[in-house]
Design a protein around this ligand. Structure first.
Ligand code: AKG
Ligand code: FE2
Length: 328
């Protein structure tokens, strides 16, 4: 079955909406990720976003460091240089596996939040370094929020929960948005397993909407076959790759499990060869519940045969618990 889902059908007849929502749920539960087309974000806008992303990372290190991410995890805003953040510190978290196996991520990132966030300000390079960048990214964030709400409605329908309740949990748009650049490196640098592009992990929020260029290398763990990772080939830059994060896993008491994913060699490059792995750009929009929202599983998912698996915690406390390890 093709896992590319036409999101415009959510605006179709009630039958089309129900079938599309069900297909989304099924794909996420089996494959771990769903590839979405006709989601409403114009192709030109996405091209421009990749263009700005490329231009940001092409600035000198000195310029990028004028917007530097603090050395600690919080506030999670600004530019992180190659080596600053290590995702392997949290690999296996939701599986309860031992953590902290040291693998370096060879990536640089820029973390962005809502322009009007109550708690945390964004950290930008001066506008004259990259005119229009800030405005573009702030607007793009808002456009992603609209798509997020449509996806949440569809998931609510397929799960049989109230879509207004799920929307209410996300009403403040306290989301995060990350630009990523994986520089070109010789394949031999990844050969001994002490470095990768991004180590395996689950995202912390509700859902993640990811855009990737055509380089490849993104892999997701099959939900039915733990330990088996499959490549997610790019269906073009404007495709959204959707995955579930830890917060939705908790809210649904494991009905949905967060998809474990990583980025490594693209399929075109032979493992351990001395070929150059081409650079790669991606953009991730992490939809998160409001900071004050409770992540206690929703009533519908607590039954005699599926007893509650999680303690109560706010989304913000949970998020901070998870990110604390990333920059230590
Ligand atoms: O670069 C990618 O495709 C994935 C990035 C990612 O998983 C993340 O930033 O959480
Ligand atoms: Fe991720």
């Amino acid at each position: 079955m093709s896992s590319v889902i036409d999101l415009s059908l959510l605006k179709g007849t009630p039958e089309e909406k129900a079938a599309t929502s069900a297909a989304l749920l099924h794909t996420l539960k089996t494959r771990g990720v769903a590839q979405l087309k006709n989601h409403g974000l114009p192709e030109d806008l996405i091209s421009e976003m990749f263009d700005y992303t490329r231009r940001f990372f092409s600035l000198s290190l000195e310029d990028k460091m004028t917007a530097k991410h603090p050395p600690q995890a919080n506030p999670n805003r600004g530019y992180s240089f190659v080596g600053q953040e290590s995702v392997s510190a949290i690999s296996g978290y939701e599986k309860g596996l031992p953590q902290g196996q040291a693998v370096r991520d060879i990536k640089e990132t820029l973390d962005i939040g809502a322009a009007n966030d109550d708690l945390v300000d964004n950290i930008w390079v001066a506008d004259e370094k990259l005119p229009g960048f800030r405005k573009f990214m702030e607007d793009f964030y808002t456009s992603c929020f609209k798509v997020e709400l449509e996806i949440l409605d569809a998931l609510a329908q397929a799960l049989g929960v109230s879509s207004s309740d799920l929307r209410a949990l996300h009403s403040k748009a306290e989301n995060e948005f990350r630009l990523l650049h994986y520089p070109a490196i010789p394949a031999s640098e990844l050969a001994d397993g002490t470095a990768t592009r991004i180590a395996e992990h689950t995202d912390f929020g509700t859902i993640t909407m990811l855009f990737q260029d055509s380089t490849g290398g993104l892999q997701v763990e099959d939900q039915q076959n733990p330990g088996v990772f499959r490549g997610v080939e790019s269906g073009g830059k404007s495709e959204i790759i959707l995955n579930i994060g830890d917060s939705l896993q908790r809210l649904t008491n494991d009905t949905f499990r967060a998809a474990c994913h990583r980025v490594t060699y693209p399929p075109t490059v032979k493992v351990g060869s001395d070929e150059l792995i081409p650079e790669r750009y991606s953009i991730a929009y992490f939809a998160k519940p409001n900071r004050i929202a409770s992540l206690f599983p929703l009533k519908k998912f607590i039954t005699p045969s599926t007893p509650c698996k999680y303690e109560d915690i706010t989304a913000w406390d949970y998020n901070n618990l998870r990110i604390a390890k990333l920059f230590s």
